[in-house]
Design a binder for this molecule. Structure first.
Ligand code: AMP
Length: 175
């Protein structure tokens, strides 16, 4: 019997070793692993959060369909982070690749609170670099019953700028 397909939203971040290439490689790898890509945001350049003495980040959000359980998605994300050289020397350190599971379920309705997984992601409503790309691909989505446009209105929108790339995030387009 076929397992039910669910939606999953994944946030991408990088500020080391050619961030654009890091994001593109991770996106290609997630697809190659079997996640079915539905919609990808543009890439946003954003000022670092927490530990601010580090290069700007490149961030994006992609929505997928999958019949995988969310624990398996987390495992694959962590494997891909490791494959791209992710180290964790201290909290909020620069990183080659950060993959976070933002939301799960066809209407983003599934909540999880286990030892290694919190969904919706713990900081989803606090971070413009997550809310802005998520709102670009799903402008009407609700998180814990709250519409994303309302969440966005509360956030400081300085330090975030859309980068023009081709659809595959392969290269930056200059006008
Ligand atoms: P980070 O440093 O952002 O890569 O955080 C990794 C840790 O967060 C791992 O130990 C995960 O088990 C945990 N975690 C909890 N909820 C999530 C989530 N929604 N997506 C990704 N990692 C999560």
């Amino acid at each position: 019997m076929n397992k039910k397909l669910q939606r999953v939203w994944i946030a991408f971040g990088s500020n080391m070793n050619n961030p654009l290439e890091q994001l593109k490689t991770a996106r290609d790898n997630l697809r190659a692993c079997g996640l079915i890509e539905e919609k990808a945001s543009n890439i946003y350049q954003t000022a670092a959060w927490g530990y601010t003495e580090q290069p700007d980040f490149f961030n994006a959000v992609v929505r997928y369909k999958t019949d995988w359980g969310v624990e398996k998605i987390l495992e694959i994300c962590q494997l891909l982070e490791a494959k791209q050289g992710r180290e964790r020397p201290f909290k909020n350190a620069p990183r080659t690749l950060d993959l976070d599971i933002l939301l799960f379920g066809n209407n983003a309705e599934i909540s999880i609170n286990s030892a290694d997984l919190i969904i919706p992601h713990k900081y989803i409503k606090e971070r413009n670099f997550v809310i802005v790309p998520l709102m670009e691909i799903d402008p009407k989505i609700s998180i814990n019953g709250e519409e994303i446009s309302i969440i966005a209105k509360r956030l400081e929108m300085t330090g975030i700028m859309q980068i023009k790339t081709d659809n595959n995030w392969k290269k930056i387009l200059t006008e």
